[in-house]
Design a protein around this ligand. Structure first.
Ligand SMILES: Nc1ncnc2c1ncn2[C@@H]1O[C@H](COP(=O)(O)OP(=O)(O)OP(=O)(O)O)[C@@H](O)[C@H]1O
Ligand SMILES: [Mg+2]
Length: 339
């Protein structure tokens, strides 16, 4: 446990809106752990509670209940803060600064010496692709350039843990890829990276573990592969029918009954028949029947739910029952992230 980079237990946050004093339950008992050296993706739709969780971790929001540790130290600890890099959501920077000055400012806050600040800033500005925009003030920067500048300043103190709130937002596909590559490079250097996003393909490609959050609750937690493989939908099979089966015979003709019985998504294209069997179907027996009927098996492939489909299902489920935990406590949910 002490070796987790981030350890969050039963975190709750209820905001009160300023005038009406209406309660907003932004986090409703969130528990997870991030191992050191991992890339962890925190995925959820707008208003899910991602920024609230991140701001709580950074000591900017006081939790209503629960506890959390960063790098083995309690929230708000100065010792931990020095080892953490942070990119806030839609960061606001002084317009009249250049990216070099922005990085220099971050370096000063961490007590770095002038020479080290200059070297580190130069290196990072190149790394995030802003070498050509050194002389410009941030006022002239596009959203994507500001995002890169924010990343550079978050890395000034050579952090052990980097917390990024939507680091890919505002970036075009190439920019997103560059940020993904940068995150991978950080992990190669042993840095733990925790980042939020609402775009699944960002996490599918690079994360070691993913948490899906919606309406203040974790909906799923696991490796991207686990989340997908725990959701086997069925088995897709394609067979080539023997020439004796006329191409005019439709999939539900009696001649094909033995093969299409119990199958879903049956499609006939020319002499090929493709269909999906249920995840628990006896595939061997089905293939034996297909052979007996003179058909030749062309393809057998598991049909997994994609992370995208899982996300939609979990988030839709959370919307349908906002105050309840997910309906069927799915295998993908781990109660606590204790290793
Ligand atoms: N300071 C605040 N006062 C009151 N309610 C707030 C405050 N900050 C956030 N909320 C509410 O808390 C909920 C979670 O918001 P949060 O910003 O954490 O979500 P998010 O997942 O980061 O969303 P997004 O993808 O849009 O950034 C929302 O319903 C939001 O309106
Ligand atoms: Mg947010």
């Amino acid at each position: 446990m002490a070796d987790l980079a981030i350890d969050v237990r039963d975190l709750e946050k209820t905001y009160r809106t300023p005038f009406t004093r209406k309660k907003v339950e932004a986090l409703r008992g969130v528990t997870f752990g991030v191992e050191r050296g991992h890339i962890f993706g925190f995925v959820g739709p707008n208003g899910a509670g991602k920024t609230t969780a991140i701001r709580t971790l950074m000591g900017l929001v006081r939790p209503t209940a629960g506890r959390a540790q960063l790098l083995g130290e309690p929230l708000g600890s100065r010792g931990a803060r020095r080892k953490i890099g942070f990119l806030p959501e839609s960061p606001y920077f002084y317009d009249y600064l250049t990216v070099g000055e922005l990085c220099d400012l971050a370096g000063r806050l961490f007590g770095m010496a002038a020479g080290a600040r200059k070297r580190r800033a130069d290196e990072l500005i190149e790394k995030v692709g802003l070498g050509g925009a050194r002389g410009q003030s941030l006022k002239k920067f596009s959203k994507g350039m500001l995002q890169r500048a924010g990343l550079a300043q978050a890395l000034m103190n050579d952090p052990e843990l980097v917390v990024l709130d939507e680091p890919m937002s505002g970036l075009d596909p190439l920019g997103r890829k560059e940020v993904r590559d940068l995150i991978l490079e950080l992990r190669d250097h042993g840095v733990t990276v925790f980042f939020s996003t609402h775009i699944l393909s960002d996490v599918e490609a690079i994360t070691d573990r993913v948490a899906i959050i919606a309406r203040g609750r974790l909906q799923a937690l696991g490796t991207p592969a686990e989340l997908v493989s725990r959701s086997l939908r069925g088995v897709e099979i394609v067979v080539r029918l023997p020439p004796t089966v006329s191409p005019d015979i439709s999939p539900d003709a009696p001649a094909l009954d033995a093969l299409t019985d119990g199958a879903s998504r049956v499609r006939r294209v020319g002499d090929e028949l493709s269909l999906t069997l249920a995840a628990d179907a006896d595939v061997d027996a089905w293939i034996a029947r297909a052979h007996a009927a003179g058909a030749r098996v062309v393809q057998v492939a598991p049909r997994h739910e994609t992370l995208e489909e899982l996300f939609v299902r979990r988030v839709a489920g959370a919307d349908a029952a906002p105050a309840e935990p997910p309906a069927e406590p799915p295998a993908a949910i781990e109660e606590a992230a204790a290793p």
